[in-house]
Design a protein around this ligand. Structure first.
Ligand SMILES: [Zn+2]
Length: 241
C-alpha cells in the first residue's frame, strides 16, 4: 500500500521482503540531482540498477509511490535499515555543493513523513545514530547522502513533522504545590484580623466566635485565613487535629 498523499504509482521491480520487521523508521535520501518526481521514479524502474525507494518526491513537490510500504526498498545499503524504514528519495532544487531542497519538495516531505508517523505510531526524532526513528543513508555506507542541506536541516525537518503531528513539546506542568494548610481554633474572645502578618498592618476585622479556621500560609506567629479576610496572630489559637 501507499500513502494517500501520492499523485501516482510507478512501481519499481527492485524490492524484497521486510523479513517480518515492523516499520519503525523513516530514512530521507536526496537524489543528488535537480529532478522532478517522474524522472526520479523512472530511475528505479531499471532492474540493472537494483535500487529503489518507497517514495520519490520531486523538486516539483509531486509524490510518487515506488515500492509499496509493506515491501523493503533497496535504498540505504542496509537490509537492516531498509526492512525497518520507509525510504524517501527527494529531488534537490540546487546542485553541488549545497544540494538544497526546495520548499515544494520540503512541504511534501513533511506531510508524507507525518502521515507515515501517524499510521505506524512513529515518534520522529533524530540523534545521529541508527537507534533513532529518523536515519540517514550515510550511517551505513560511505556516501554523502542525504547531502549537506538535509543534514543541516534535520532538526528543523523533525520539528516541522512534529508540528504537523501536533506533537509540539510543551513545558512540563508545574508540580502541584504541597498543601500546607491546617486548622486552628481561636482561643481568645476578640481576635483582630489584619491585612498582613504583623501588628503594623491595619485591622480588617475581628473573630469573636472561638471558631475553627483554616490557615493557608504562615509567617512567624501569623497565619493567613483561607477566606482571604486577612491574617491572625496564632498565639491566640490552638491547633486542631
Ligand atoms: Zn541515499
Amino acid at each position: 500500500m501507499f500513502s494517500e498523499l501520492i499523485q501516482k504509482e510507478m512501481i519499481s521491480p527492485n524490492y524484497g521482503s521486510r523479513d517480518g520487521e515492523r516499520i519503525t523508521k523513516i530514512t530521507i535520501h536526496h537524489a543528488a540531482g535537480v529532478i522532478n518526481a517522474e524522472p526520479l521514479a523512472r530511475i528505479f524502474e531499471n532492474t540493472r540498477r537494483n535500487a529503489s525507494c518507497n517514495y520519490a518526491i520531486g523538486n516539483d513537490g509531486v509524490i510518487i509511490g515506488v515500492v509499496p510500504e509493506e515491501m523493503r526498498s533497496f535504498c540505504s545499503t542496509s537490509r537492516w535499515n531498509d526492512s525497518r524504514a520507509i525510504t524517501i528519495e527527494v529531488g534537490n532544487s540546487t546542485g553541488a555543493p549545497k544540494w538544497e531542497i526546495g520548499e515544494k519538495a520540503m512541504k511534501s516531505l513533511i506531510l508524507l513523513c507525518a502521515d507515515i508517523c501517524r499510521r505506524y505510531c512513529i515518534v520522529p526524532y533524530f540523534n545521529g545514530t541508527t537507534d533513532a526513528s529518523m536515519t540517514f543513508h550515510c550511517f551505513y555506507t560511505q556516501t554523502e547522502c542525504p547531502g549537506p542541506y538535509i543534514k543541516n536541516h534535520i532538526k528543523e525537518i523533525v520539528a516541522r513533522i512534529n508540528n504537523e503531528l501536533c506533537l509540539i513539546p510543551t513545558e512540563p506542568a508545574e508540580p502541584p504545590k504541597e498543601d500546607s494548610s491546617y486548622l486552628i481554633k481561636v482561643t481568645c474572645d476578640d481576635l483582630n484580623i489584619r491585612s498582613g502578618p504583623g501588628t503594623k498592618f491595619k485591622k480588617t476585622g475581628h473573630i469573636t466566635d472561638h471558631g475553627v479556621y483554616t490557615i493557608v500560609e504562615t509567617s512567624g506567629n501569623w497565619g493567613k485565613l483561607k477566606s482571604g479576610a486577612g491574617w491572625i496572630c496564632l498565639k491566640y489559637t490552638k491547633g486542631v487535629k
